[in-house]
Design a protein around this ligand. Structure first.
Ligand code: PNS
Length: 187
């Protein structure tokens, strides 16, 4: 019997409950699902690749047919390398559709044998994005129920470190000796 392997590519910065919802749905229809984190040197992610991998591994530990990997370059090339037949992507709202369609058609142009499969996460996650989670967390809002507990904890740690760093920089600047005005050198 033919086994279908799919990849679920993305940035996952950070992974959210919406991603987890889609992983769960994907794990039910594909024999094997690889969550593939893009290593994109042009983006400046909040979380390192290692952090994102660790979070996703913990989140997916309960699924026998789900694994986590990282990749760079074209998604279609990665899919071929791991012998996947499908790319899973989530569509939350009609606003996602245009971009996702464009990507799916470009991927089909590059690799006609590879199918993109769209799935919708639960409605309660239809407004959820990694970008909004980062923003709300950085500005002190609650992200409880939007991300798994581990991710919430990691976000808090990151933000605490950033705040400490910012305030020590401020204190450092205040404590730093003032530059002498340019003038005659002391003899
Ligand atoms: O989570 P994201 O940021 O929406 O994921 C976007 C992603 C990683 C799927 C997309 O940027 C991608 O596939 N990048 C890899 C490079 C590539 O294949 N580009 C051509 C896409 S048509």
């Amino acid at each position: 019997m033919k086994r279908i392997k799919a990849i679920y590519p993305g940035s996952f910065d950070p992974p959210t409950n919406g991603h987890l919802d889609l992983i769960e749905r994907g794990s039910k229809i594909f024999d094997e699902l690889v969550v593939a984190i893009l290593r994109n040197p042009e983006k400046d992610p909040l979380f390192s690749l290692a952090d994102r991998r660790q979070m996703l591994e913990a989140m997916t530990a309960g699924f026998d047919n789900v694994s986590v990997d990282t990749f760079d370059g074209l998604t279609v090339d990665y899919a071929l390398r791991v012998d996947a037949q499908a790319i899973l992507r989530g569509i939350r709202a009609i606003s996602d559709y245009e971009y996702e369609l464009q990507m799916a058609l470009m991927n089909r142009k590059l690799q006609p044998g590879l199918e993109t499969v769209f799935m919708m996460p639960a409605e309660k996650y239809s407004y959820l994005s990694s970008r909004l989670v980062r923003e709300v967390a950085q500005l002190g809002g609650s992200i409880h129920c939007l991300v798994p507990e581990l991710v919430e904890q990691k976000l808090r740690e990151k933000i605490d470190v950033a705040h400490k760093f910012a305030s020590s920089g401020e204190a450092g600047r205040q404590a730093a000796p003032q530059r002498k005005p340019k003038g005659k050198k002391k003899s």
